[in-house]
Each structure stands twice: as C-alpha cells, then as structure tokens.
Design a protein around this ligand. Structure first.
Ligand code: 3PG
Length: 306
C-alpha cells in the first residue's frame, strides 16, 4: 500500500482532512495526518516510510529529504514553495509540485479585509477612510493579484499593477492599469499589495528605495512572504513618514517594537492565515491528493516545480 504523509504543522480544516482521506482511501493508499508537530526532528522521524507527502508551510529541508528514503513526490498544498529545498529534492529524485490558484481567493479576501480594518482605524470607532476611489497597486499579477484586483474594483478602487512576467494586454483586460516600472507603482498608489514569491531575486527587495517613494499616508499590505521586506529599512520609513502603515498576516521579526511604537499604523494577525479557510484547505488539499495519485499512477508531472 502506498504511504502518504500529510504533514501540516498548521492543520487543514476538518472538512478538508475528511475529503483528502476519502480520495486516498478510494485509491487504495494509506494516508496519515501528522498535524501540530513540534519541530523538525519530529517531522524527520515521521517521514521514514512516506512515498508521498502533502505539506503547507512545513519546511522540507535536506535533512527531511534524506530521512525520507522512499519519497517520490512532495506536493505543497498552496502556491509558494520556498519552504522546500528543491536542490535536495532533485538530487534525490523527488518530484516537487504546488497547487497554483487553489487557495488564492482566501488570500485575496483577506487582503481587502485587512485594508478595510486599517482604513477604519482598527474598528476602534473613530472616523476612518474609505477604499472607494483610492489607488491600489498590485505588485505581481498572479492568481492572488488578479483576484485582489477583481474585488478592489468592486469597492470602486482604481487598480494598478506591475508584473514584468504577465502580458500587459492580459492585465489591462481586467480593467487594471499597468505600470512599466515598480517605482511608479509605489509612488502612485495609496495602497500597495504584495504578491511576489520569496526567492533570491525578491528577498529584502522591498527596501528603502521603494518604500521611500510611497505617498505620505500609504498602506503596504503583505500577504506574500515576510522575507521580501527589508525590515531595517521599513523601521526607518515608519520613523520618517508619520502616515505610513503596514498590515500583514506574516508578522515581521520586529513586530513588538512596531506594535508598541506605532499601534495605529500596523496590524499583524497572530498566525499566517491568508489561506486559512475551509474552502482553500479543501481545494488545495484535494488538488494535492489528486496530483500525487496522477503522478504515481500515470506519471503526470503537471505543476512540477523542480
Ligand atoms: C501559499 O503559499 O499558498 C500561502 O502562503 C499559504 O500558506 P499556508 O498553506 O501555510 O497557509
């Protein structure tokens, strides 16, 4: 019997767990849910027999790959795969996939939710501002960025985007204005929402140069990865621009300092929660299960990233 380990330190919703289990049961696979575990050592011990793995933001380090001697495939139920060591996976002939688009709507809804929360003074009852007629800049127009644009247009926002990897025409067809430079996006918009992955090109790329171009009262929204922000630079910007605000579901390392010093100008959810909806868990989890079966039974390598 093929053994699958669903290693989710942050568990899927119960409905998703049931539906993933059903897919594997029907395929005759043995599926174990390994949830809320404590640290890498426990994960390393748990992977020994696994031929396939489903993960979320769980770290698949070279040690995990080495310990999983039977492993053939890891599917990241979600978009970003910066938590998987692709080099080690490739070296050990392990296929790595993601499930693009499956949890995007949950993230996009959270973006707008956090924007409203910030615009309405953290719901403290004082007079806030409206999103309608404000300019929103979408930094990277992938699955999430596209949905953020759609919802923001519904709020009556003017939507702009920068993404050198997506054809201008495709973005413009959504009623979104495209900027040719990232600098223009940052200097023009009242809100900038980040949707870039964390990789060697983007880590710490949201730096002083970009942030200093933002409008005096601009709001930066980050549901992407905390690593893309240059946190030292952002601290300087908080001090220099008295209206600058930052909201994120992936709190920076210096979150306590920011929250104490600028309580009205930042907000961080207690845990990463962009994709924390039953719907996103079901969609991404089921897609991951099907991709594993498709790969092991038919060699279907769609969504392979290594
Ligand atoms: C993703 O890359 O898909 C999101 O960051 C969601 O991450 P999560 O599955 O850990 O919530």
């Amino acid at each position: 019997m093929t053994k699958v380990l669903v290693a989710t330190e942050k568990p899927f919703a119960a409905e998703a767990v049931e539906q993933i289990a059903e897919i594997f049961n029907n395929a005759g696979y043995e599926c174990t849910f390994f949830e809320k575990y404590n640290g890498q050592d426990e994960l390393i011990a748990a992977v020994a027999d696994a031929e396939a793995m489903i993960i979320r933001s769980d770290n698949v380090t070279p040690e995990v790959i080495e310990a999983a001697k039977k492993l053939k495939i890891v599917v990241r139920a979600g978009a970003g795969f910066d938590n998987v060591n692709l080099e080690a996976a490739t070296k050990n002939d392990v296929c790595v996939m993601n499930t693009p688009g499956q949890n995007s709507n949950a993230v996009a809804e959270l973006v707008l939710g956090m924007m409203v929360y910030q615009a309405r003074s953290h719901y403290n009852g004082t007079s806030g501002t409206e999103l309608c007629c404000k300019k929103l800049g979408i930094h990277a127009y992938g699955n999430v960025g596209k949905l953020v644009a759609k919802i923001a247009l519904g709020f009556g926002m003017e939507v702009f985007a920068f993404d050198p990897f997506v054809a201008k025409k495709t973005i413009e067809a959504d009623g979104v204005t495209v900027f040719d430079t990232v600098e223009e996006l940052y200097s023009t918009c009242d809100y900038v929402s980040l949707h870039i992955p964390a990789n060697e090109h983007t880590i710490k790329s949201i730096n002083y140069d970009l942030l200093s171009r933002m409008k005096p009262n601009a709001v930066l929204v980050n549901t992407a990865r905390k690593e893309v922000i240059n946190e030292d630079d952002m601290i300087k910007i908080f001090a220099e621009k008295s209206g600058f605000k930052y909201v994120s579901d992936i709190a920076p390392a210096n979150k306590e300092i920011l929250l104490q010093t600028y309580p009205n100008r930042c907000f961080f959810t207690p845990k990463k929660m962009g994709a924390q909806t039953a719907e996103a868990n079901i969609n991404a989890g089921k897609a991951a299960a099907r991709q594993i079966i498709g790969f092991l039974e038919k060699g279907d390598a769609t969504f392979k990233v290594n």
